[in-house]
Design a protein. Structure first.
Length: 228
């Protein structure tokens, strides 16, 4: 595959990072950023190369200030969409999936000082509950569901979360289950106090491998508008 005069193989060799259609790579390197965008050679990325990185076979090093805030396809260089991109009714089937492990459940419960045996005591679950095994901590499930959505939607373009409502866990999630997530844009409005921002309502849903809905919520995110 040719990419603006640079082959994918050459990019892999020079940047020591995977390259695929639509992929962006931003890595910290002595306060500089190496940047690869679909359709660009490193040298051709927006701005003038600041210096050549030793050991990268001539690959250019760019100061982070040389990187445009808007990528060639309109996204943020880190991959996020802007407020204007979230039209009501738009939906996303997120590509990332995640299998939940015992370590996830134990670590999250311990980190949040939650001693609930329903999550951390396998013997208790086997002998005293209807489930027969530990349930995954529901707040971990909520965080995982929203986290999976970030890469395709708000990566680098959100100012912050404003809140979550209508949180539900209609079916149990167990260690060993694999989670996939969908997101729908339910509402969007411009900010009255910030002309450079707007509020987007997302509805996130998490499903496990057999198609069972295990979590959903409505989330309000404060989003940046696309720079002029």
């Amino acid at each position: 595959m040719s990419t603006g005069g640079c082959s994918a193989g050459a990019l892999q060799k020079n940047w020591k990072a995977p390259f695929a259609s639509g992929e962006r790579v931003i890595q910290n390197d002595n306060a500089k950023f190496r940047f690869v965008a679909y359709g660009f050679c490193p040298d051709a990325a927006r701005g003038t190369a600041s210096k050549t990185g030793a050991g990268h076979e001539g690959a250019s090093m760019m100061d982070v200030n040389d990187i445009s805030p808007v990528d060639a396809d309109g996204r943020h260089p880190r991959g996020g969409l802007w407020f204007e991109d979230f039209t009501v009714g738009r939906s996303f089937a997120h590509r990332l999936t995640r299998t939940v492990t015992q370590a996830d459940n134990m670590l999250f419960s311990n980190m949040t000082l939650n001693p609930q045996p329903l999550h951390i005591d396998a013997h208790f679950c086997a002998t005293e509950t209807e489930w027969g095994r530990p349930l995954v901590n529901s707040l971990f499930t909520l965080g995982l569901m929203i986290g999976i959505s970030v890469n395709d939607t708000t990566m680098g373009t959100t100012i912050g979360n404003l809140g979550m409502t209508d949180v539900r866990f209609p079916a149990p999630l167990f260690e060993g289950d694999t989670v996939r997530v969908t997101t729908e844009v339910a509402a969007a409005r411009g900010s009255k106090s910030r002309p450079d921002a707007g509020v987007v309502d997302f509805i996130h849903r998490a499903w496990k491998q057999d198609g069972t809905l295990v979590a959903e919520c409505r989330r309000q995110a404060f989003m940046r508008r696309r720079p002029a």
